[in-house]
Structures are given as structure tokens and as C-alpha cells.
Design a protein around this ligand. Structure first.
Ligand SMILES: NC(=O)c1ccc[n+]([C@@H]2O[C@H](COP(=O)([O-])OP(=O)(O)OC[C@H]3O[C@@H](n4cnc5c(N)ncnc54)[C@H](O)[C@@H]3O)[C@@H](O)[C@H]2O)c1
Ligand SMILES: [Zn+2]
Length: 365
């Protein structure tokens, strides 16, 4: 079991990661003293697998527990789902109750729960218990919470930090291969943006990670949590630009997701892997990144894009989505590029013709 501290003064919290870490949840919550009544938010897929054991553990530590399910889909990050939960919370609330929320699920559940926690009574405590690899290394950490609008993803949100992140590696055993790859994509991203040793570790241990080797997972989840914690500490609300490095691969990645209507053709990680290859290629073409490092980045990212289906995508759709992205300020093409593995830089005004050429090639359009 590893504990990483995310230091934000009064809003500091621990990230606890390890095999069967959820066995420690009761005592950790008691020590935090955040409330007597816990509303667990999850979905039927995860609930079916883990709800009973999870609630038993919470009740054993003296908590009153209620579970609320939302549908298993990105559509749960919506105004409708949010409002339903708020009404359920208001119904559960009452004299002398100190309510808090627990997100038991992937990034969808985490983002939704965090957003509800941020706005109910101007903020109540919440805890992240991420059950996907992507959640454990990325979405559960850092306090970005949001719901989607029909105009785009994450358009209504807040920076609202959890009181604890508890990553139980044993939850990952029930993930699909595609979801594991999707999480690995973000792990590769951390190696590329700030830690060459991590990148090399993934190169060497890719198959062991895919087969959910506990020791390897513990190693990379801990390292990624440390990296994300440091970035968030340095720029909690994305004001200085330091947090923007986490967007490596996401400019083109988000555009691909949007261009295919957030369908199952691409998981987030698959789209980001293609985006990382594109960003590395642009970096090379702009004479920032050497050829041998481009080859290594491409080879590793290609391992996680295997199931993605580019069918139906067009260059026009991707370019249109690119120009709607929050990262494209005033039509300026701001990219996180790579100068070497482990080091990125933000570059403005990447020529549109180069972006088009690279995206066309990477997406085989
Ligand atoms: N807040 C942030 O900083 C941040 C960062 C990255 C992504 N996100 C958001 O996260 C979301 C994507 O998250 P995700 O990739 O975790 O997807 P997800 O939450 O949709 O989960 C993926 C699938 O795996 C299932 N699942 C979850 N845990 C499982 C388990 N242990 N066993 C079996 N099945 C399980 C889910 O039910 C779902 O069908 C997006 O909405 C994205 O915008 C947020
Ligand atoms: Zn991402």
C-alpha cells in the first residue's frame, strides 16, 4: 500500500493505492471525520460486482450508507442525472446528518459525483474510489469535476477537490482488455511528459501490465499519482499553464472523440494514443524531437490503439472539432509538443497544413 499526499494547504488530501486498499476505507474515513452518512454513487455494472462488499465495509465502520445508481454511460454526466441525485441527497438529508458522497466507479461516476458534491449546499465532502485504471491514474485526482452539455463535454464544472482518493488495484481485475489499454494510454502519457524512466518501465513491462500484474500496477499507479499530484499542486486551477502539460495528446485526441460523436469506436485512451502519436510526429516535423524517440513513442502508443475503429471519421470532422476545442484560443493552434521523452513544451501557432498532414496520416484518412 502506498500513500501519496497532494498538498494544497487546507484542501490537501491523501491518495492511497494498493491491492485490496478498500479494506482500509472505513478507518481512513473515520480518521477524516467528514460525516456520518455516506451516499455511494455508482452504476449497475460496478454495483453488481462490488456494491455488497463495499457497503458492508462502510457499515462496519459505523456509517449509515445509501447507494444510488446512475446508468452506465457518459450520458450520466448530464444535467438530468445531476438533478436526480441532488433530489435524492435532499431526501436523504436531515437534522443531525452529516452527509458526504463516495464515487465508486470510473471517470464518469467520479466527475458526476464530484460535481454534485461541489454544488449541493454550496459544497459537501466527497471521496473518490476509482475502479478503472484511467480513474486511478488520472480522473480521480486533481478535483476537475464536470457534466456535459449537448454542445460539448465537461462544459459545466468546477475545481473541487476530494477529501481522499482510494485506488484499490483489485477492482481492475474485472475491467475489459480495452479499458485496461485505455488506462495504459494515460500512463504512457505521464512517462512521455515527465518521466523517461517510467516510459522505459512501460516499454519493458507492457505485457505484464496488460495481464494486470499487481507489482507492476502498484508501481505505475503510484508513480502516475505522484506526477499528477505534483502538477496539480503547481497549478491547481490551470491558471499558470503548468497543468496544461497533462493535455499532451489530448488536442487531437479530443477532436477524434468529438468527430465520432463520443461513440464506442474510440475509448478516451485510444483517441489520446492517436493524439500522442500525432503530437510526437508534429514535434519531429518541427525539429523538436529526434527520429529515434519518435519511433519509440509511436511504437508504444500503437500498442494501445489496436481496437480503435477509424471508420467513418473524416479529416474535415476532426479539424472542425479541433477548432472548437477549449485549447484552441482565438483560433490559435496551441499544442503540447515533445522535445524529448520526459520533456514537453507548449507551442503556439503550429501550421494548420502540418496538423492536417499528420492527422490525415495517423488516422489513415
Ligand atoms: N476529471 C478529470 O480530470 C478527468 C480526466 C480524464 C477523464 N475524465 C473523464 O472520465 C470519463 C472516462 O472515464 P473512464 O475511462 O473511467 O470511463 P467510464 O467511467 O465510462 O468507465 C468505463 C467502463 O468501465 C466500467 N467499469 C468501471 N469500473 C469497472 C470495473 N472495476 N470492472 C468492470 N467494469 C468497470 C464502467 O461501467 C464503464 O462501462 C470521461 O467522462 C472523461 O471526460 C475526467
Ligand atoms: Zn485523458
Amino acid at each position: 500500500m502506498k500513500t501519496i499526499k497532494l498538498d494544497l494547504g487546507k484542501r490537501s488530501y491523501k491518495i492511497v493505492a494498493g491491492h485490496n486498499a478498500s479494506d482500509r476505507l472505513g478507518p481512513l474515513l473515520s480518521a477524516l471525520k467528514i460525516g456520518s452518512h455516506a451516499m455511494v454513487i455508482t452504476n449497475p455494472t460496478i454495483g453488481h460486482l462490488y456494491k455488497n462488499k463495499f457497503t458492508k465495509q462502510l457499515k462496519a465502520s459505523g456509517l449509515d450508507v445509501r447507494v444510488e445508481m446512475v446508468p452506465d454511460s457518459e450520458t450520466s454526466k448530464s444535467y438530468g442525472a445531476c438533478l436526480k441525485l441532488i433530489n435524492k441527497l435532499a431526501d436523504y438529508d436531515g437534522l443531525g446528518k452529516r452527509l458526504f458522497l463516495i464515487a465508486l466507479g470510473g471517470g464518469v461516476i467520479g466527475d458526476l459525483t464530484g460535481f454534485v458534491a461541489a454544488i449541493y449546499k454550496r459544497g459537501i465532502p466527497y471521496v473518490q474510489v476509482p475502479t478503472t485504471l484511467l480513474g486511478q491514474v488520472d480522473s480521480a485526482i486533481g478535483g476537475k469535476v464536470a457534466i456535459d452539455l449537448s454542445y460539448g463535454k465537461n462544459l459545466v464544472g468546477a475545481f473541487y477537490q476530494p477529501r481522499l482518493v482510494l485506488s484499490d488495484i483489485s477492482y481492475l481485475n474485472s475491467l475489459s482488455i480495452r479499458q485496461i489499454r485505455s488506462g495504459l494510454s494515460e500512463i504512457i502519457k505521464y512517462g512521455i511528459i515527465s518521466d523517461k524512466a517510467l516510459f522505459e518501465y512501460i516499454e519493458k513491462n507492457f505485457n505484464r501490465l496488460m495481464s494486470l500484474n499487481i507489482e507492476c500496477l502498484q508501481q505505475v499507479i503510484t508513480r502516475c499519482s505522484q506526477i499528477k499530484a505534483k502538477v496539480v499542486e503547481s497549478d491547481e486551477q490551470e491558471k499558470s499553464g503548468k497543468r496544461a502539460v497533462l493535455n499532451f495528446g489530448h488536442t487531437v485526441g479530443h477532436a477524434i472523440e468529438a468527430a465520432c460523436g463520443y461513440s464506442a469506436s474510440f475509448t478516451h485512451g485510444e483517441a489520446v494514443a492517436l493524439g500522442m502519436i500525432s503530437a510526437a510526429e508534429i514535434s519531429h516535423k518541427m525539429k523538436l524531437l529526434k527520429k529515434d524517440e519518435l519511433i519509440r513513442v509511436t511504437a508504444l502508443c500503437e500498442k494501445v490503439t489496436m481496437s480503435a475503429k477509424v471508420k467513418g471519421l473524416t479529416l474535415n470532422k476532426i479539424m472542425k472539432a479541433l477548432y472548437h476545442d477549449k485549447k484552441f484560443i482565438n483560433g490559435k493552434t496551441r499544442f503540447v509538443l515533445l522535445s524529448k521523452i520526459g520533456k514537453v513544451k507548449i507551442v503556439e501557432d503550429v501550421p494548420e497544413s502540418l496538423i492536417k498532414r499528420v492527422v490525415k496520416k495517423q488516422c489513415s484518412l
